[in-house]
Design a protein around this ligand. Structure first.
Ligand code: ZN
Length: 274
């Protein structure tokens, strides 16, 4: 009897002091894909890095989670995920991807902006970049993001040549939406930025916490203000074709720690914040 009790205590303590275990989902990615890191068995909020960049962990229904972006410009065949506390590092395999090329015809001033418009574009980009800081801290969501309705008309990473001149990479997902259709928050968060921009048109950026932001472009109307707290599925504006577009649609971008990610890869992550 005494030896049985002893063994039970030993067994319990062995589990309590085991090293934390790190897993990633998926385990193989393309440049621009989002990756979910889960740490089970840590006694406190873990700290870690993916590809040398800090991870932003949050308490999850099981252990802790963090999301990071596989850089679009990555030239290595893996991303190393390292977590403190004695956990074994995990390697995420990166498989190169050739993104589609398309030609787009828009108004000349939108294809090849002049100096003054160029300055406005730079200021717009700085404002968006700055808004990402508001996504730091605890997650404001508990469920995975909800994909906006509408057929996909353009995918993430596509290369576009505008009027045979300027070439740029599409850092979001386009879905069909008629002019004036309601646009909803993909998840709960706080409105971090509302701005009338040159190329992206009327935009809304929502900060969701855990370093995650969602961005909505080309809106005909914005129905929220900076600082508003929104629920998942709450209306934030109406679809339109403001900025550099060929017609009404919704452009959705997702920014996480490390950069922009393919929204379709992000929507597959089993996020479960506590
Ligand atoms: Zn787009």
């Amino acid at each position: 009897m005494r030896s049985l009790i002893f063994l039970t205590i030993l067994g319990t303590s062995a589990i309590a002091f085991a090293d934390p275990v790190v897993t990633t989902s998926p385990t193989t990615v393309h440049p621009g894909d989002a990756v979910l890191v889960t740490v089970v068995g840590a006694t406190e909020l873990p700290h870690g890095k993916a590809g040398g960049r800090p991870l932003e962990f949050f308490p999850a229904q099981r252990g802790y989670q963090a999301v990071f972006a596989t850089p679009l410009s990555i030239d290595e065949d893996h991303v190393l995920v390292e977590v403190n506390d004695g956990a074994k590092p995990v390697s995420v395999a990166v498989v190169a991807k050739t993104f589609p090329e398309t030609k787009v015809i828009v108004e000349e001033e939108l294809a090849n902006p002049g100096k003054e418009d160029g300055q406005k574009i730079d200021a717009d980009n700085r404002a968006v970049e700055k808004s990402y800081a508001q996504a730091a801290g605890a997650p404001q969501f508990t469920r995975p993001f909800r994909r906006p309705p509408g057929a996909v008309t353009s995918t993430f990473g596509e290369w576009r040549t505008f009027n045979d001149g300027h070439r740029s990479q599409h850092l979001g997902l386009d879905v069909a939406a008629r002019e004036g259709a309601r646009v909803d928050a993909v998840d709960a968060g706080t409105v971090a930025l509302v701005r009338e921009t040159f190329l992206m048109g009327n935009i809304v950026v929502i900060a969701h916490g855990a370093g995650i932001s969602s961005l909505y472009f080309h809106l005909s109307k914005v129905t929220v203000a900076e600082g508003d707290v929104v629920k998942q599925g709450e209306r934030i504006g109406l679809a339109g074709h403001t900025g550099r577009t060929t017609g009404p649609h919704l452009h959705l971008s997702i920014h996480v720690s490390g950069g922009m990610v393919d929204p379709l890869s992000y929507l597959k992550l089993a996020l479960a914040a506590k």
